[in-house]
Ligand binder design. Structure first.
Ligand code: PLP
Length: 396
């Protein structure tokens, strides 16, 4: 039986929200200030400039007090008009939700089918755009890292596909579970709107979401006729010029964002990405040693922020996850919709180090045994061997 206060920390190993580092928690533990006062302007300017570095853009970044879903909606309603056709790729649960949102806003969606084990196909995007001689398609929308499946799409390749087709469609990309974890370059990859959220690679609680907006997207917003008010970029960008917001911002989350940006830039974005790649590889070695199957069917497109693991036939993922939660106080990600009860997801993004990962994988391995899931021992050992071989001396 669980005691009211289990000792030690809960292991929040879902692929977001992620563990919030103590430094970020402390940074938020301050009195809320006047959001129209001088101190706030400085904070606003600093986080907006910092987020440009994280998105790798010189263009505008907009911050909403909203979950990621709000930023999805903002990307669509600012740039598109009723009945516009958009091209989306069925990479998994989140791509499907974004598609449903687009339809509910009155857009027409062509959904390139997928089996939830592979990335968006740049060649299929190119072929479809080449057929669209009349430029009826107004936007291509791709989820960079499909959180439901652990598959990362190649955004640079999608950009190149659009360019090869010579098509003017906007490129809209969801980086909710990749920003601050997996290499991402808004400007260099010619993305028009990047959508993101606070609760994953940025190591914050849920509650903030973002749009990075290219000049082309901003120009499109002048002509877009979908209704928007709360999400309107123009009022935001006008206030943001001096570091303020058109409505009450989530002040304390912005304190946390300021700290998280400092941490990410101090570590160095490239080091952060390499750390995620390494932890993802260690996790996959553990999964293979257990004799279980990784949901992502294309090794070139493995996600560095999470790994989705297929359960052996006849064994439910949710019963296994319950054992892990009850016995070891660790949350693993559940399978969503099409893969419900068929997969569990190990989140290895955000504020993680080698020992956090080893603890996580130990909980999985012990849980597999207790839940009676057929597997081989030695997953944790395989991950440990890889981590030890590839460990760097920590500078102090
Ligand atoms: N897109 C992706 C890739 C996600 O992982 C999520 C949430 O997990 C969302 C969109 C929706 O974001 P939110 O739940 O913050 O509204």
């Amino acid at each position: 039986k669980l005691s009211a206060h289990p000792s030690g920390r809960h292991f929040l190993q879902i692929p977001g929200p992620t563990n919030v580092p103590d430094r970020v928690l402390r940074a938020m533990d301050y009195p809320t200030i006047d959001h129209r006062g001088p101190e706030f302007g400085e904070l606003g300017r600093s986080v907006l400039a910092g987020m440009k570095k994280i998105f790798k853009t010189d263009s505008h970044v907009v911050i909403y007090p909203a979950s990621g879903t709000g930023a999805w909606e903002a990307a669509l309603v600012n740039t598109l008009s009723g009945n516009d056709l958009v091209l989306m790729a069925e990479t998994g649960h989140f791509a499907t939700l974004w598609k449903k949102m687009a339809e509910s806003l009155g857009l027409r969606v062509e959904f390139m089918p997928g089996d939830w084990r592979r990335a968006a196909d740049p060649e299929a995007v190119e072929a479809r755009l080449r057929k669209d001689a009349g430029h009826e398609i107004k936007a291509v929308c791709i989820v960079h890292n499909e959180t439901a499946t652990g598959v990362t799409s190649d955004i640079r390749a999608v950009r190149e596909a659009i360019d090869r087709a010579g098509h003017p469609a906007l490129l809209l990309v969801d980086t909710i579970s990749s920003l601050g974890s997996i290499d991402y370059r808004h400007d260099e990859w010619g993305v028009d709107v990047t959508v993101s959220g606070s609760q994953k690679g940025l190591m914050l609680p849920p509650g903030l979401s973002f749009n990075a907006v290219s000049a082309k997207a901003l120009a499109a917003s002048e002509k877009s006729t979908l209704r928007c008010s709360y999400w309107d970029w123009h009022a935001m960008i006008a206030s943001n010029a001096t570091g303020y917001f058109p409505y009450t911002p989530a002040t304390n989350l912005l304190y946390g964002l300021h700290e998280a940006i400092t941490m990410l830039l101090d570590e160095g974005l490239e080091t952060v990405f390499a750390r995620h790649d390494r932890h993802a590889e260690a996790t996959r070695r553990a999964v293979r040693a257990w004799g279980l199957e990784i949901l992502c069917a294309d090794p070139a497109r493995y996600s560095s922020s999470l790994t989705a693991v297929l359960m052996p036939e006849g064994h439910g993922a949710d019963a296994f996850r319950k054992v892990v939660l009850d016995r070891f106080n660790m949350s693993l990600g559940q399978g969503l919709t099409k893969v419900k009860d068929k997969v569990f997801r190990i989140g290895h993004l955000g504020d993680i180090n080698d020992l956090t990962l080893c603890g996580t994988l130990s909980g999985v391995e012990m849980g597999l045994g207790l839940a009676g899931v057929p597997h081989n021992a030695g997953g944790v050992a395989a991950a440990m061997a890889y981590l030890a071989e590839n460990s760097a001396v920590r500078s102090r």
